[in-house]
Design a binder for this molecule. Structure first.
Ligand SMILES: [Zn+2]
Ligand SMILES: [Zn+2]
Length: 195
């Protein structure tokens, strides 16, 4: 074991170490003295080494993780997480070099909109909606509502309007965001999925 310099304030200065891919805790990492005697973060990813479980997934396929568009420098994970067979990656990614790179790295971050366009499970488009009726108890309160197609306009992809549960007026919508699919538990698949 290598020696660490203790922090005067925080001693061995521990963090819970997370697996970069599944974000599950897998041990403790000791930072000791950090610049400016900072306190170590509560959780930290310190390597790209997968945990045993993720390493198993990567033997059988490629791990895909969804993230919010516009957060590329520090990707915000929206909750989509699947293991895809190698041959499905080659089918999905038409640029040959990119497909080869993904197959080599055994994982890829996929933006939400592409994720849904590919028909991958785990996240759904939704809108932050609010009641605009000033006299309503729910006035301006926001609800995240999954986007559903109207049964009357299914062929022209119209969205169903959502009514306020309190005053029954039609809720006003904000921009589309992606949220974890409320119809799916967050259990991760043990087997590769064919896409
Ligand atoms: Zn993991
Ligand atoms: Zn209302």
């Amino acid at each position: 074991m290598s020696k660490i310099a203790l922090s005067p304030q925080h001693g061995v200065n521990p963090s819970l170490e997370q697996c970069f891919y599944c974000l599950k805790d897998r041990g403790v990492v000791l930072f000791g003295h950090l610049k400016g005697d900072q306190k170590a973060p509560r959780r930290a990813c310190v390597s790209m080494e997968p945990c045993a479980e993720c390493a198993g997934h990567m033997k059988r396929g490629v791990v895909l993780i969804s993230y919010r568009v516009g957060t590329e420098s520090d990707p915000y994970r929206t909750g989509g997480w699947v293991v895809i067979k190698d041959k499905a990656i080659s089918k999905m990614v038409t640029k040959k070099e990119l497909a080869e790179d993904i197959l080599k790295r055994r994982f890829a971050m996929v933006p939400d909109d592409a994720w849904c366009a590919l028909g991958l499970p785990g996240i759904v488009p939704a809108r932050a909606m609010h009641c605009a009726n000033m006299r309503c108890e729910n006035f301006e309160e926001e609800f995240m509502i999954p986007i559903t197609r109207s049964e009357h306009t299914a062929n022209i992809s119209g969205e169903a309007s959502v009514h306020c549960v309190h005053c029954e007026c039609i809720l006003q919508g904000g921009p589309v965001q992606y949220i974890p699919d409320p119809g799916v538990s967050d259990a991760r698949p043990d087997d590769c999925e064919d896409a």
